[in-house]
Design a protein around this ligand. Structure first.
Ligand code: UDP
Length: 235
């Protein structure tokens, strides 16, 4: 039985969300606590796709003068490491999952096949989409927007380390104001730190709402799928 507001959601986790205070690598206590929340919403009957970033392992050129495309492929590979960690954690709790990857690696994950992903979701399996979009020069935010459109997700749940979208950096300015809701175009025009502009435009063109909220509060993913007023809604 689904007692949430949405039937199908796309959860976007940044790589950094998995690293905790260390800021690097994977903190398994954090992965476990995120998995517990995902298990809860899966048990509510909400179909859940997940895109995970890779900032905890590798992000683009990382300040080096590497070839951009090579560095980006390294980032995409790193998303697979995070995806497998999340899969392992969810499966250890009895949640059925599939990892689908945009870059083929048949020994470790299924290739991304939209119809197959839809079938998994309908069967209640959590589908983790790895390798971003499979293309350099993109971000995992864009991958989340793209996969959300493809699987016809009702909303993107953008879990961050801040509790919404502010007019300026709340860590630097005491008078920073949080928005309850925003239009996509305002995000683009004001250059607000929600998603990059490619991802935001894709959501705007396909009318996919984005809920930005803090991951650290234990019940937030559940509250988000129940349609509670948390964070900032971009629509
Ligand atoms: N990346 C890419 N194409 C994609 C998705 C990701 O090239 O479709 C690369 C890019 O280098 C990016 C890195 O993978 O910096 C990690 O993704 P992202 O920065 O989005 O991770 P997050 O900030 O969410 O942890």
């Amino acid at each position: 039985m689904n007692n949430g507001k949405y039937k199908r959601v796309m959860l976007k986790l940044s790589g950094e969300a998995l690293s905790g205070p260390k800021g690097y690598g994977i903190d398994f206590d954090i992965v476990k606590s995120i998995s517990e929340q995902i298990k809860e919403i899966a048990e509510m009957g909400i179909e859940c796709g997940i895109v995970i970033g890779a900032g905890n392992i590798w992000r683009g050129r990382n300040g080096s003068d590497m070839d951009r495309t090579t560095a980006d492929y390294m980032g995409m590979m790193a998303t697979c490491i995070n995806a497998l960690a999340m899969q392992d954690s969810l499966e250890s709790m009895g949640v059925q999952t599939r990892v689908q990857t945009a870059i083929e690696m048949r020994e470790v994950a299924e290739p991304f096949i939209r119809r197959r992903a839809m079938r998994h979701l309908e069967k209640g399996r959590v589908v983790i989409f790895a390798s971003g979009t499979g293309n350099p020069y993109f971000s995992t935010d864009t991958a989340a927007a793209l996969r959300a459109a493809e699987i016809e997700a009702d909303i993107i749940l953008l879990a961050k380390n801040v509790d919404g979208v502010y007019d300026k950096d709340p860590n630097k300015y005491d008078d920073a104001k949080k928005f309850d809701s925003l239009r996509y175009i305002e995000v683009l025009e004001k250059g607000l730190q929600v998603m990059d502009s490619t991802a935001t435009s894709l959501c705007m063109d396909n009318e996919i709402p984005i809920l930005v909220f803090a991951l650290e509060k234990p019940d937030n993913i559940k509250l988000a799928v129940q349609g509670e007023q948390i964070g900032t809604l971009v629509k």
